[in-house]
Design a protein around this ligand. Structure first.
Ligand code: CTP
Length: 472
């Protein structure tokens, strides 16, 4: 046992180790915490495995940390949890698991630490560090998890067909970890995902989407969807996206592969925005293309795919158990409008067309423009630059119109009546002069657009003309 991590371990782990020693319990920290410690990724969750009762150790640790009342016991699962200073500690007794074919619920028996490591999903998640004093900090790594961490490999400790059939959610976890850590899935593990893909059906869609959203927030979410497609999981979870794949050629004329195009658009929006629902809108922007595809007069057309796509969004959201409120409406709106800006950007731009786009897109205008720009994936540099430039012109036009419309309705914060009242004046040229001076100072950015700043300038101007205030 050459690897010792004692110098890197948190004080909480020393405390758990000391309580375990007092009670003669062989105890390890295991799983994600160990993986992330070795990868130098901060982690707030600690999972402990005990040769004995996890619940008993949790209660004893709770006593030592003076937070016994915080211990939550899950008797049915034989686990207990405790939150201490923002860290979640989870305790489980070492166990063997066997599974029934139709459920993710295991039949659990007591086991050794090695049995417990063997029941875990991946070798990199099966690493354990001893917390007992005599071996504190020593790594227990029966399946070469450390080597896989170094080689950046996701591999199951058992035969992958057993690991995935036992708990099919692990197929999605493999993809999520590969994306998050930038690892590769070992070829035999990946093949087993393909073979077991149908088993994903026994997992609730909520859990699947949870995993998907964990890779959707990353810098390059396309990687997760590519792996789902490669392993066949995409056909099980989101066949509509699968259908975008492929190129049809007629009379020597092909169209682009809309699957790879979609993933490129997704990565493009991910590079300019963190908004998760903008990413989903990118994923769905061309979803209806296979439904409306036609070959007319020697070219491929996808007429109205944006409207049909928008109509598909509620059922897609429902099947995927995505939230049906605001997020769905937002995605539906962006999918439905993603072609609206194209004619505006290609033609001589009229104020009214831009105003209508601004009105219809409302608060989502910026996101819509990001999606439209992300949608430009042409490999021809000249074309891409020209299209992007056109959007720059649309953006400038929007800015001009915003300013113009602002000026049309804007009124300075102080009017002539107020000036007359303060200085006890009848209507005269001087009132207009003071009013104009305030207006110009605001428009030129000399003073800010507020009543206080305007009133201060009014007094200064009044003084120049020998006026004294009768009302303040
Ligand atoms: N585990 C498993 N199979 C699952 C879920 C979890 O074998 N379907 C095991 C793994 O050993 C994992 C540990 O339980 O490391 C804890 O699970 P979880 O907290 O979900 O994942 P972490 O690995 O801690 O990763 P993260 O918190 O980053 O999601």
């Amino acid at each position: 046992m050459g690897n010792n991590y004692s110098h890197q371990l948190d004080n909480i782990l020393r405390t758990v180790g000391s309580v375990a020693d007092q009670n003669n319990m062989e105890t390890y920290v295991i799983g994600g915490y160990v993986r992330d410690l070795i990868l130098k990724i901060p982690s707030k969750d600690m999972d402990f495995v005990v040769a004995g009762s996890g619940i008993e150790l949790a209660e004893k640790v709770g006593e030592r940390l003076r937070c016994k009342r915080e211990v939550v016991v899950f008797k049915n699962y034989g686990t207990a949890m405790l939150k201490y200073r923002n860290v979640e500690l989870e305790f489980v007794g070492a166990r063997k698991e066997s599974y029934n074919r139709n459920s993710r619920k295991p039949i659990v028996e007591n086991g050794t630490i090695k049995d417990d490591q063997l029941r875990r999903d991946f070798t990199i998640n099966a690493l354990a560090i001893s917390l007992n004093d005599k071996s504190f900090g020593e790594l227990t790594d029966p399946f070469d998890g450390l080597k896989d961490l170094r080689d950046k490999i996701i591999r199951t400790p058992l035969d992958p067909d057993i690991t995935f059939s036992d708990d099919p959610l692990r197929m999605m976890r493999a993809i999520r970890f590969a994306c998050r850590l930038n690892f590769n899935i070992a070829p035999d593990t990946e093949k087993a995902i393909s073979r077991n893909r149908e088993r994903i059906k026994i997992v609730s869609m909520e859990r699947v989407i949870d995993e998907i959203n964990k890779f959707m927030v990353l810098d390059k979410p396309s990687r997760g969807w590519l792996l789902m497609q490669k392993t066949g999981l995409l056909d099980m979870v989101l066949p509509q996206l699968s259908k975008l794949k492929g190129v049809e050629i007629k009379e020597g004329c092909g169209h682009k592969d809309n699957f790879y195009h979609t993933l490129q658009v997704l990565d493009n929006v991910a590079s300019s925005s963190d908004k998760i629902w903008l990413r989903w809108a990118a994923l769905f922007h061309d979803i209806a293309k296979p439904n409306v595809k036609k070959f007319i007069n020697g070219t491929w057309t996808f007429h109205s795919h944006e409207f049909i796509g928008a109509k598909m969004i509620p059922s897609l959201f429902k099947n995927l158990k995505l939230p049906l409120g605001e997020p769905m409406k937002y995605v539906q709106k962006l999918v439905g409008m993603h072609h609206r800006a194209i004619p505006i950007s290609n033609k001589e731009i009229t104020d009214s067309a831009v105003r209508r786009l601004m009105y219809d897109a409302g608060d989502d205008l910026d996101d819509l423009l990001l999606l439209c720009e992300a949608d430009i994936t042409s490999k021809i540099e000249e074309k891409r630059i020209r299209f992007l430039n056109n959007y720059q012109i649309v953006r400038e036009k929007i800015k001009q119109l915003e300013q113009k419309d602002f000026l049309r309705t804007w009124q300075p914060p102080i009017d002539g009546n107020y000036i007359m009242k303060v200085f006890d004046l009848q209507p005269c040229k001087l009132v207009g002069q003071i009013k104009d001076c305030i207006k110009n100072a605001i428009l030129d950015g000399v003073i800010e657009n507020s009543f206080e700043a305007a009133e201060k300038l009014m007094f200064e101007e009044g003084k120049k003309y020998g006026l004294t205030a009768v009302k303040q």
